[in-house]
Design a protein around this ligand. Structure first.
Ligand SMILES: NC(=O)c1ccc[n+]([C@@H]2O[C@H](COP(=O)([O-])OP(=O)(O)OC[C@H]3O[C@@H](n4cnc5c(N)ncnc54)[C@H](OP(=O)(O)O)[C@@H]3O)[C@@H](O)[C@H]2O)c1
Length: 312
């Protein structure tokens, strides 16, 4: 998703240089030699055996990779989203790999549906030990002066209120058991303001605030709460220009220009503005989530950790 997670228009390149200045830029298709080990090697250290994990937004993109990786690390995973076929596909892939997965379809904007999904998970897999809120709405992001009430509310309701709803369902049980782990998927748009992103930024800044406040509430119960803030990540929203880009690009072009700003130029500009000159891979976001849910990160709570290829 999210094109919006990047500093905007062409002139916003930090060094002011043109997009194509000949320096190496990777679209993420090749992996930098700088990585010492593949994701699977590193994951070998973080184990979640026997834990029950619930993942919202698990039917596609980053959420589906997180769900698969948590299962690989030994967790039994409940997958939430609205599109049942997408959830079923990810569940099947997890089962084919020898994992245990349950589809718990729900619209995160509907408190009753969220409650029912959590009950279904508890009845089938057991109490939720680990929660990842990844579901988000990032379409229809435009300048504030053009933003409709409906799109603003939908963005906040899915991204931020959704986090509240799912946390409210699982936190009481975690408090009773005095254990648990929560990761809320935020964004670099939760750390910096970006044009044509007021609703999305507000929702993700809100996620980071929720993370800190909830961490202080739950720390004494042995429950850790962290946020992961991806940069521009290879996912359908990033690689499919029609999925999220139209209104966004038009609004940016209208108010900040250049008039010929298009999706591929925008993404290329965003890639160039990262220290590593590449997109983030969904597996890299999932690696961080798995780490934060494992006991390898026992001393970490209340943090909003960037996985952004170096947006500095
Ligand atoms: N991709 C990036 O570059 C990037 C950068 C920074 C942060 N992020 C964050 O990473 C997360 C995943 O992004 P992504 O790019 O992988 O996006 P994605 O593929 O569009 O995934 C979003 C998921 O949220 C679900 N969802 C949306 N509305 C929902 C609702 N009302 N109830 C339940 N589920 C809902 C969608 O499933 P249904 O439509 O089936 O419900 C979908 O599976 C998001 O939190 C996003 O803000 C992404």
């Amino acid at each position: 998703m999210e094109s919006r997670d990047v500093s905007m228009n062409e002139p916003s390149l930090p060094d002011g240089s043109p997009v194509s200045d000949g320096s190496p830029v990777s679209d993420g298709s090749s992996v930098s030699d700088g990585r010492s080990a593949g994701p699977a090697d590193r994951r070998g250290l973080a184990r979640l055996d026997g834990k029950v994990a619930m993942v919202t937004g698990a039917g596609s993109g980053i959420g589906s990779v997180i769900a698969r990786q948590l299962a690989e690390a030994g967790a039994n995973v409940a997958l939430m989203g609205r599109t049942e076929t997408a959830l079923d596909d990810v569940c099947s892939a997890i089962r084919e790999d020898g994992g245990r997965a349950l589809s718990t379809p729900a619209d995160i904007r509907d408190p009753n549906a969220v409650e029912a999904a959590v009950r279904r998970c508890e009845d089938t897999l057991g109490p939720v030990d680990l929660l990842v809120h990844c579901a988000a709405w990032a379409r229809g992001q435009v300048f504030l002066c053009e933003q409709t009430e409906e799109e603003w509310l939908r963005t906040i309701d899915t991204n931020l209120n959704g986090a509240f709803r799912i946390c409210r369902q699982v936190v009481p049980g975690m408090m009773r058991r005095r254990s648990g782990g929560i990761v809320l998927i935020s964004s670099i748009a939760g750390k910096r303001g970006l044009p044509a992103n007021t609703a999305y930024c507000a929702s993700k800044f809100g996620i980071n605030g929720l993370t800190q406040a909830l961490a202080t509430e739950l720390g004494p119960f042995g429950i850790r709460v962290n946020a992961v803030c991806p940069g521009l990540t290879r996912s359908p929203g990033t690689t499919d220009p029609e999925r999220y880009g139209d209104d966004f690009m038009a609004s940016l072009a209208r108010h900040h220009g250049p008039a010929n700003l298009d999706w591929s130029r925008y993404v290329r500009s965003a890639i160039r503005s990262t220290a590593l000159r590449r997109l983030v891979e969904p597996e890299e976001v999932a690696n961080q989530v798995t780490f934060l849910l494992s006991d390898l990160s026992d001393g970490i709570t209340g943090q909003a950790i960037g996985v952004d290829a170096g947006v500095l």
